[in-house]
Design a protein around this ligand. Structure first.
Ligand code: SAH
Ligand code: SF4
Length: 361
């Protein structure tokens, strides 16, 4: 084992933890900001780059800490403009992040776990079970590393935790990572309005998230009655819809914010006009907007995507009842067969990073 392996990756420390370490070593508090800025804003790969920090401190930092990158195994560009990054972690396990370039902004969809324990019937990540939680540093590194891969004039503007895994089942690391993401002064610098956490509905952790952070909340609802939802999402047996929706009603929403409800439309399972009307009634007490996602078909599942007319009818019923209901298509379907859950609308002319590997036609 090399010396580098014994050092802690400094990206595993929160601002407070690094401040405490510096204080224990008799180093001025303002150095914490300098170090964070070098890592998260200036993409430093080592302490020697931190030229405004005294050499003795740089050496001490280098003796204790490393600054590492995820290993990029593959970068594939989809015909719809989205780019899938396949990263290998230090233990050899792999995760995906998907960049969705849009006209005025770039959204990065990041993972929070390797696999997922929730076992939702429609989801390929769920089929593999949970392998492990990601650490705080592995979550934020997806953002830092993709940002470095972009062209100079491209910036990530939005982060969605909708990749692999259930963020609320990895609560501590997710909240620590959100701290760095939303540190405007010396961290990754995202406004809380531009960070969204998506959950299958782990109610206690979801309510805690509302107390601990002010990021946006998305809830994967996917059904308009308990019987269908329990069939699709086993978590519904633990936290049935009335419990989940009551928690959504009580969720501490910031001024002018809404909860996004994700609803995968599956043919003859949850796509009838009656389902749409029930959904509209259920969400009435909540400040809600709805993303309709036509099911992304994959070999492991017998479910079918509804025809476009059924999708449109479902959307119209919600719109007639004054909901913002947007149809979003899965992104990267030609490259991201294992990532069926990733989606959002991308501009057709959106540019991908220059060094991206194009997908074969
Ligand atoms: N575990 C979290 C976040 C990751 S899943 C959650 O469930 O919310 C992100 C989204 O992808 C969820 O809204 C989920 O419903 C959706 N999804 C999963 N598999 C899909 C598929 N085959 N087609 C379309 N959307 C899918
Ligand atoms: Fe896990 Fe979300 Fe997939 Fe369900 S939809 S199995 S919670 S990743």
């Amino acid at each position: 084992m090399t010396a580098a392996c014994n050092r802690t990756d400094i990206q595993e420390l929160t601002a407070d933890e690094l401040a405490a370490w510096l204080s224990r070593h008799g180093i001025e508090a303002y150095r914490r900001q300098q170090i964070f800025r070098w890592i998260y804003q200036r993409q430093a790969d080592g302490f020697d780059a931190m030229t405004d920090i005294k050499r003795a401190i740089r050496r001490l930092l280098g003796d204790h800490f490393s600054i590492t990158r995820l290993e990029l195994l593959e970068r594939a560009v989809s015909r719809d403009g989205s780019c899938k990054y396949l990263f290998r972690l230090k233990d050899g396990r792999c995760i995906e992040s998907v960049l969705i370039p849009e006209r005025s902004h770039h959204t990065l969809c990041i993972s929070s776990q390797v696999g997922c324990a929730q076992g939702c019937r429609f989801c390929m990540t769920g089929a593999t079970g949970l392998q492990r939680n990601l650490s705080m540093g592995e979550i934020t590194a997806q953002i830092r590393d993709v940002q470095r891969d972009l062209q100079a004039d491209q910036r990530l503007t939005n982060i969605v935790m909708m990749g692999m895994g259930e963020p609320m089942a990895n609560y501590r690391q997710v909240v620590r990572a959100i701290g760095v993401m939303t540190d405007r002064d010396s961290g990754l610098g995202f406004s809380t309005r531009r960070v969204t956490v998506s959950t299958a509905g782990l109610v206690p952790a979801m309510l805690q998230l509302g107390r601990d952070t002010s990021v946006n909340l998305a809830v994967s609802l996917n059904a308009a009655d308990n019987r269908t939802r329990s069939r699709l999402m086993p978590i519904n047996r633990r936290y049935p819809m009335e419990t989940l929706l009551d928690a959504c009603r009580r969720y501490p929403l910031r001024h002018r914010r809404m909860i996004t409800f994700e609803y995968i439309l599956i043919q003859d399972v949850n796509d009838s006009p009656d389902d749409a009307r029930r959904l509209a009634t259920l969400l009435r007490p909540i400040r809600a907007k709805i993303n309709l996602i036509p099911f992304n078909e994959h070999p492991g599942s017998a479910f079918k995507r509804p025809d476009p007319a059924a999708v449109q009818r479902f959307q119209e019923i919600l719109q007639q009842r004054h909901y913002t209901a947007i149809v979003r298509h899965s992104k990267g379907r030609d490259i991201a067969a294992a990532c069926g859950q990733l989606r959002a609308s991308a501009g057709k002319n959106a540019a991908c990073p220059a060094r991206a590997i194009p997908c074969p036609p």
